[in-house]
Write a protein that binds this ligand. Structure first.
Ligand code: NAP
Ligand code: MG
Length: 480
């Protein structure tokens, strides 16, 4: 750890701005309603284990009500509405997200455990940007390359994970609504609150009832949505195993499907890379959002001749990371989202030690309560190790080396996944050479984890299919 003769003073964001209710219903047909059976579940703050609210758990009847409301709204209101009118709602939604950004950021950090500086500077502004961007498409669909008058599919069932709750909701809702579809959204069980705050915002902007419905619950609620015959399109972001189950469930049905699944991205550093920048990119690539990122740069591939300086620099930098209270504006690494996820990370990192890799962690004090995992780097990793093959979805980096560009490509592509990759080099020609050969939906050059609403995002192989973002993101919601 770098010695300093000074300390950070606490800089907590106030949570007074947020008016959390103790109970939340489902959001169906423009109103908050109880689940028919009255079932609820609790959502906790993973940094403190404090219960934040009791949330209704939707069963099959509730999902049925939500789909029926979405169908009515699609047929009677949202489908026939001119694109320019739909755009007004989306612009209004984007503006209110900006106006209520602090509130949304605090709720996201409380429910998810991510640092406030990330929810404030990434999640919320990028969510607003998605609505702004797709609002602009709503009246231009006949110029989007999908024919003269592309039609919506109807009702979209959308299932999202817990790592970027509001942002994933925006990725799903914005293109669906811009194209004239209506939605039934199922947030993750551990992070329902920002979607429910979004529901309040939908009331505030007078979105017609039934255009967006939110059914909270666990995996069974998602399954009921997938199984509902009234859903015309399923959009799923989550694990590869659940994605496969959904694909099996939809086989033989006309329901359209897009899957955004897991990843095991290679972040590749060549010997001519600007090392200071590359190290920042490595840190951002795997420690951003505690590594709960599908496109995280979890496999670092370093050219052998620069392994020593890269590792020295990286370890020094990791010594300065601040792990702790997610509401503190100085915090770099927040809490792990759930006890289950912490157990998964612990099991996989233990396997790394058992299989012979060397584990390194900077000195850091973890809080007593809540779910925490120190930033971790493994060296001496071979391609067959589980930590090099399986998605850990936590703050754990596996370091491998290569000698030639060909070897870098072979190692980078040696994975069942294909979501993202990063290349660090001074040579433009090498970036293009690598990008042509890497089997990944996104290849970042001299940067990592950049998200822009105009840029398509999605995977190959076990990372799924379909693209979200940009013009490409309209296609999966149109009958073309
Ligand atoms: P998960 O278990 O697959 O859950 C994702 C969503 O599906 C949650 O809302 C979950 O509900 C629901 N679900 C669970 N079982 C279901 C079933 N049988 N039928 C329908 N829905 C079901 O994934 P996770 O562990 O929460 O999320 C992490 C994974 O998501 C990682 O693998 C990550 O790579 C991936 N991810 C991918 C992207 C991308 O864009 N490619 C982005 C973010 C995350 P509950 O949470 O309530 O159980
Ligand atoms: Mg929670």
């Amino acid at each position: 750890m770098t010695a300093t003769n000074w300390q950070y003073a606490p800089a907590p964001e106030s949570r007074d701005i947020v008016d959390l209710r103790s109970e939340y219903g489902l959001f169906i047909d423009g109103e908050f309603v109880e689940a028919q059976g009255g079932a609820t579940f609790k959502t906790v703050n993973p940094a403190t284990e404090e219960v934040l609210a009791a949330v209704s758990e939707a069963g099959a009847e509730d999902v049925d009500r939500a789909v029926a409301a979405a169908r009515r709204a699609q047929t009677d209101v949202w489908g026939p509405m001119p694109g320019a009118e739909r755009a007004k709602y989306l612009y209004r939604l984007a503006r209110v997200i900006q106006e209520r950004a602090r509130e949304l950021a605090v709720v996201e950090t409380l429910d998810n455990g991510k640092p406030i500086k990330e929810s404030r500077d990434v999640d919320v502004p990028t969510a607003a940007a998605h609505f702004f961007s797709y609002a602009g498409w709503a009246d231009k669909l006949s110029h989007a390359g999908y024919g003269a008058d592309p039609r919506p599919l109807g009702v979209a069932g959308q299932i999202i994970p817990w790592n970027f709750p509001l942002l994933m909701a925006a990725w799903k809702l914005a293109p669906a609504l811009a194209t004239g579809n209506t939605c039934v959204l199922k947030p993750a069980e551990t992070t329902p609150l920002s979607a429910l705050l979004l529901a309040e915002i939908l009331q505030q902007i007078d979105l017609p009832p039934g255009v967006v419905n939110i059914v909270t619950g666990a995996g069974a609620t998602g399954q009921a949505l997938v199984d509902h015959a009234g859903v015309d399109k399923v959009a799923f972001t989550g694990s590869t195993s659940v994605g496969k189950q959904i694909q099996r469930a939809l086989a033989g049905r006309p329901t359209r499907l897009t899957l955004e699944l897991g990843g095991k991205a290679a972040n590749i550093v060549f010997d001519d890379a600007p090392l200071d920048q590359a190290v920042e990119g490595i840190v951002n690539g795997i420690f951003f959002n505690q590594g709960h990122v599908c496109c995280a740069g979890s496999r670092l591939l370093v050219q052998e001749s620069v392994l020593e300086p890269v590792m020295g620099h990286l370890k020094r930098r990791l010594g300065t990371l601040r792990v702790g209270d997610p509401l503190d504006k100085n915090t770099d690494l927040g809490a792990i989202n759930s006890a289950e996820q912490l157990a998964r990370i612990t099991e996989l990192t233990d396997s790394g030690v058992d299989q012979g890799a060397q584990r390194w962690q900077p000195e850091c004090q973890l809080p007593d309560r809540g779910y925490w995992f120190a930033p971790t780097v493994f060296t001496g990793v071979s391609q067959s190790h589980r930590i090099a093959r399986e998605e850990i979805f936590g703050p754990v980096l596996s370091v491998l080396t290569f000698r030639t560009p060909d070897e870098a490509v072979t190692k980078a592509n040696n994975t069942p996944y294909g979501l993202s990759a990063g290349v660090w080099t001074d040579k433009g020609s090498r970036i293009l050479w690598m990008a042509e050969r890497l089997r990944a939906g996104v290849v970042w050059a001299n940067t990592f984890n950049r998200f822009d609403p105009t840029s398509p995002f999605g995977g190959y192989k076990e990372s799924g299919f379909g693209r979200e973002g940009g013009r490409h993101g309209l296609g999966p919601y149109l009958a073309v």
